[in-house]
Design a protein around this ligand. Structure first.
Ligand code: FEO
Length: 405
């Protein structure tokens, strides 16, 4: 196992997790836990990896230098996917300073036995010189992703190590954006943003402004997951600004589940009406996320850049369908409708008894920040031809409204 030199004296020494498919409710095609070795007169290691990946990290370091020669440990984030190797490293390097925020110190002490850790607490603007034109500047980034998070910046090389921010969950033999490809890298970054960063969008925008004020000029972004932005750093920063603002396009995403095919028929009639007006539509049937591509985490990227969202559910025991409840619970946490550019939508579904699921769906859509523009459409048992025509017409009306926003 080898390190990859990303610029002179700076090495990727991370771990590739080829097998992971679920990470706190997010389905992913593997990932990487990136760690970076910065070599000056002194040597610093930035971040580590998930527990169990110690050997990958240590072997890659060993391909550059004896791990015992590391002088400083930089811990940008407490979450275990970036700190799981720290217990082994602090044992290997007794007394080595661990640079982190005050919140991180508290967080580490709840995760590990830190009795022997030599913490050095940093604040925004603090620096650490490694000699030989190597200066690290720290920037506190609370809640990006946890209260403890911080960014580290290598001043002379203009490399930002922002931990989770700008990351992508992908396991790949490529280490750089131009190797994986711009579109592919942005696609994975958008999924990461949609599933993890949406609720943090205002903080991201503020942090980018603060970085600008501090004169942090970014040439390369080396996140803690996925590939390194060396050719498209400006593109991912621009994309983040747009995603943070909720910039969307003439597009509708329809998400639903169906018990006996009635809500399914309605969803497809809405889609036909939307297409009649030349507006892009994406349609997802939930089915417990077991069908390829229908997992909740694969749907929210489409919601992120949609101007409208329709959510359909049959009524079951006077409630919405369980799969729809699962999806809406996730969506309420992310609150994509609360981004600066608003989203509109409504609920739909069928019922065989008292009905009422669509009122519950609409309430949850509002809780996710979506502007619910009407009472929705609920049909008794199966939609007849006239009702399907009404669905198509509501689709056309929605599409016209989407184009006017
Ligand atoms: Fe990749 Fe918040 O951990």
């Amino acid at each position: 196992m080898k390190a990859i030199e990303i610029t002179k004296g700076v090495y990727w020494v991370g771990a590739i997790d080829w097998n992971i498919r679920d990470y706190h409710g997010y389905t992913l095609p593997g990932t990487t836990y990136n760690a970076y070795l910065v070599v000056g007169d002194k040597i610093a290691l930035i971040d580590s990896a998930y527990p169990g990946f110690d050997n990958q990290i240590l072997e890659r370091i060993r391909s550059v230098v004896d791990p015992k020669k590391i002088d400083y440990l930089i811990a940008n984030h407490v979450e275990k996917d970036h700190s799981g190797t720290l217990p082994a490293l602090t044992k290997l390097l007794p007394g080595a300073p661990v640079y982190c925020t005050a919140n991180a110190r508290q967080g580490f002490s709840k995760h590990y036995d830190t009795t022997d850790w030599n913490f050095r607490i940093v604040k925004s603007g603090d620096t650490l010189s490694l000699g030989r034109d190597r200066t690290l500047t720290f920037l506190e980034a609370p809640l990006l992703h946890w209260p403890d998070s911080m960014f580290t910046y290598l001043v002379e090389e203009k490399i930002l190590f922002p931990n989770d921010a700008f990351g992508q969950h992908i396991a790949s033999s490529q280490r750089f954006d131009d190797q994986l490809g711009k579109e592919e890298t942005l696609r994975h970054a958008q999924k990461f943003f949609a599933n993890l960063i949406i609720p943090l969008a205002p903080r991201v925008l503020k942090k980018l402004e603060e970085a600008g004020r501090l004169g942090i000029d970014i040439k390369m972004i080396a996140p803690s997951h996925g590939v390194i932005w060396r050719s498209y750093a400006a593109d991912i920063v621009n994309a983040y600004v747009n995603w943070c603002k909720g910039v969307s396009k003439d597009k509708v995403t329809i998400v639903y589940d169906s018990m006996h095919g009635s809500t399914d028929a309605m969803a497809k009639a809405f889609a036909e009406g939307i297409m009649d007006e030349g507006v892009e539509v994406k349609v997802y049937v939930l089915k417990d996320g077991k069908a390829e591509g229908t997992h909740r985490s694969n749907i929210v990227p489409d919601i992120l850049d949609s101007r409208a969202v329709l959510i359909g559910s049959p009524t079951l025991q006077n409630q919405m369908y369980p799969t729809v409840a699962d999806f809406l619970s996730y969506l309420k946490g992310l609150e994509p409708g609360k981004l600066a550019q608003k989203k509109i939508g409504f609920a739909f579904g069928s019922h065989g008894g008292k009905g009422g699921a669509i009122k519950l769906v609409a309430a949850d859509m509002r809780a996710a920040g979506i502007d619910v523009i009407n009472e929705g459409f609920e049909v008794y048992y199966r939609p007849d031809e006239k009702e399907l025509q009404r669905c198509a017409e509501m689709g056309r009306e929605l599409a016209r409204r989407v184009k006017s926003l």
